[in-house]
Design a protein around this ligand. Structure first.
Ligand SMILES: Cc1ncc(COP(=O)(O)O)c(C=O)c1O
Length: 474
C-alpha cells in the first residue's frame, strides 16, 4: 500500500530547514539594516504591479519565495526598522518578539478563552497589568492588547459610550484638540456618531489643548441640547509630540462629568522615564489610556493596547454570551479576554511583549527611551545652530519640528522651499524624515523612537540637514 502523504504536515527535518533558511535571511537582513537606505521606493509601484497574480494551484520552491521577499520586495520600502527612520512615528522590530510570535504561532494556543490556555492567558494578563502599572492604574483596571492604537482608541470610545450615554446616543459629543490623531475621528465614525460629533478644540502655542476653549465649547454644546461625554487628552501628539495638561483635563472632566481618554499611543511609554512621568502628570486619573507597544516598546507592528481604570466597564461594553463557548471563568482574579474585547479568536499577542520584558527587565526599555529624549535634545540644539532654521515645536518628548525661514517669502513660497528642503535631506538616504502642516505652515519633523537610532546616526542626519539647508538657500 502506498504511503499516505500529508504535505502540510512537515517532518522535523523539513521544519528545521524551513526555519533555518528563513533565519539565515533574517540575520543577514538585520545585520545590513544600518547600511540600507533609510527609504527606497524607487520603482516600487511597478514592482507591486508586477507581483499581481491569480490564486496559484501549485507550489513554488521555498528558496525562490525567500529570494522574492528578501531580495526584491523587502528592499523597496521605507526602512522602518533601520536606525535612520525618523519619520512619522517609528516602529521597532525587536527580534525577541519575532521569536515570541514563532513560538505563539507554532504552538497555536488559544488565549481568547481562559479555559483553553489558563497559564498563557495569565501571561498576557500579566503584560496588561504591567502596562497598568506603568500608567499608575489600580489593580481593578483591565485592558486588552489590540492590533494598534486606532483600535485601542475605538474600544475606549465604545466603552465610554456604553457607560455614559443612553442607547440613543446620537447627541453625544466628543472633544479633542485640533492636534489629535485622526484615529479618534475615525473611531467616532465607526462607533456610529454623526460626522460633526467631534469638536476640534484649538491649541496654545505649544500645541496643547486650550482648557478655556474646551470649557466654552462644552457650555455652548450643553446649552444647545447636546450631551458632552468624552474628552481625549493627547500624551504625545503625532505632529509635534505635544502633551496636553492631563491633570488639568482630569479636573475638568470631573467637573463636567466627561470620560477622559488619554491617547498615549506614541508618547505613553515615556512614562517609564522621569521626564516623561513629569510631562504626563495626571494620566493615572484618566478613565482609559491607549499605549502602543509597537511604538514606545520597540515591538514589531501589530501590538497596541487599551487600559480602562474601572475594568468592569470594559466587560459591560463587550460581554456577550454564547452556548457553544466553554464556560467563562468566574473568579475575579482571572480574565477571559473575549469578554472584555471585540475579538474572540486572535493571535497570542501577549507573548511578544512578555518575552523581551522578562528577558531584559523594564529598566532596559527605560534607558533606551531616555536615550531617545537625549537624542532629540541633541538634534534640537544642532538645528538651532543652522543658519535660517527655526524650531517650530520644541520637543516635549522625542519629536522636534522645524522649518527654514527666509525673509520676503510668502506662506506658499516658504512651504515650497521647505518641501524642497525635506526632499534634499531624504535624497541622501541616511535618514528619512517626514513633514506636516502646523497652522498652514509646512514643517519638517524628527521623531526619534527606533531602538536602533543612536548618536552616530543622528549626527549623520544633522550633517545632511545642514548641507541640504545650504543647498536650498544658497
Ligand atoms: C498619537 C497616536 N494615536 C493613535 C495612533 C494610531 O495608532 P496605530 O497606527 O497603531 O493604529 C497613532 C499612530 O501613529 C498616534 O501617533
Amino acid at each position: 500500500m502506498a504511503e499516505e502523504s500529508w504535505p502540510l504536515e512537515l517532518a522535523p527535518e523539513q521544519m528545521r530547514r524551513l526555519v533555518d533558511q528563513a533565519l539565515a535571511r533574517i540575520l543577514d537582513h538585520v545585520a545590513s539594516l544600518p547600511r540600507q537606505p533609510a527609504c527606497d521606493v524607487d520603482g516600487a509601484a511597478e514592482l507591486a504591479r508586477s507581483l499581481v497574480e491569480r490564486l496559484p494551484e501549485r507550489g513554488t520552491p521555498y528558496e525562490d519565495l525567500l529570494r522574492l521577499l528578501f531580495d526584491t520586495a523587502i528592499p523597496k520600502s521605507f526602512n522602518t526598522a533601520g536606525p535612520g527612520y525618523l519619520a512619522y512615528i517609528p516602529g521597532g522590530g525587536l527580534l525577541h518578539s519575532a521569536v515570541a510570535d514563532l513560538i505563539a504561532d507554532a504552538t497555536n494556543r488559544y488565549v481568547g478563552v481562559w479555559a483553553a490556555a489558563p497559564a498563557l492567558a495569565q501571561l498576557e494578563a500579566n503584560v496588561v497589568r504591567w502596562l497598568g502599572e506603568i500608567v499608575g492604574y489600580p489593580p481593578e483596571a483591565r485592558g486588552v492588547l489590540t492590533s494598534g492604537g486606532s483600535i485601542a482608541n475605538l474600544i475606549a470610545l465604545v466603552t465610554a459610550r456604553r457607560e455614559r450615554l443612553p442607547p440613543d446616543f446620537l447627541s453625544g459629543t466628543l472633544y479633542a484638540s485640533d492636534q489629535v490623531h485622526h484615529s479618534v475621528q475615525k473611531a467616532a465614525l465607526l462607533a456610529g456618531f454623526p460626522e460633526d460629533s467631534v469638536r476640534e478644540i484649538p491649541c496654545d502655542a505649544a500645541f496643547r489643548i486650550r482648557p478655556d476653549a474646551l470649557r466654552a465649547r462644552i457650555a455652548r454644546d450643553r446649552a444647545s441640547g447636546r450631551r458632552p461625554f468624552f474628552v481625549v487628552g493627547s500624551a504625545g501628539t503625532t505632529n509635534t509630540g505635544a502633551v496636553d495638561d492631563l491633570a488639568g483635563l482630569a479636573d475638568l472632566a470631573a467637573v463636567e462629568r466627561l470620560w477622559l481618554h488619554v491617547d498615549g499611543a506614541y508618547g505613553g511609554f515615556f512614562l517609564l522615564t522621569e521626564r516623561g512621568r513629569r510631562a504626563m502628570r495626571g494620566i493615572e486619573r484618566a478613565d482609559s489610556v491607549t499605549l502602543d507597544p509597537h511604538k514606545g516598546m520597540f515591538l514589531p507592528y501589530g501590538t497596541g493596547s487599551v487600559l480602562v481604570r474601572d475594568g468592569e466597564a470594559l466587560r459591560r461594553a463587550h460581554s456577550v454570551a454564547a452556548h457553544y463557548l466553554p464556560p467563562m471563568q468566574e473568579s475575579r482574579d482571572f480574565v477571559d479576554f473575549n469578554e472584555i474585547s471585540p475579538e474572540l479568536s486572535r493571535d497570542f499577542r501577549g507573548l511578544r511583549v512578555w518575552l523581551p520584558v522578562k528577558m531584559h527587565g523594564i529598566s532596559v526599555f527605560r534607558e533606551a527611551l531616555d536615550e531617545k529624549l537625549d537624542l532629540t535634545l541633541r538634534a534640537t540644539e544642532a538645528l538651532q545652530a543652522i543658519d535660517g532654521v527655526e524650531i517650530v515645536a520644541e520637543p516635549q518628548l522625542s519629536i522636534v519640528a522645524f522649518h527654514l525661514v527666509r525673509p520676503g517669502l510668502d506662506l506658499a513660497g516658504l512651504n515650497a522651499l521647505n518641501r524642497r528642503f525635506l526632499d534634499r535631506i531624504n535624497a541622501r538616504r541616511r535618514v528619512y524624515l517626514t513633514g506636516t502642516l502646523l497652522d498652514g505652515r509646512f514643517v519638517i519633523r524628527i521623531c526619534v523612537l527606533s531602538f536602533r537610532t543612536h548618536a552616530d546616526r543622528m549626527d549623520e542626519g544633522l550633517a545632511d540637514i545642514r548641507s541640504a539647508a545650504s543647498e536650498v538657500t544658497g
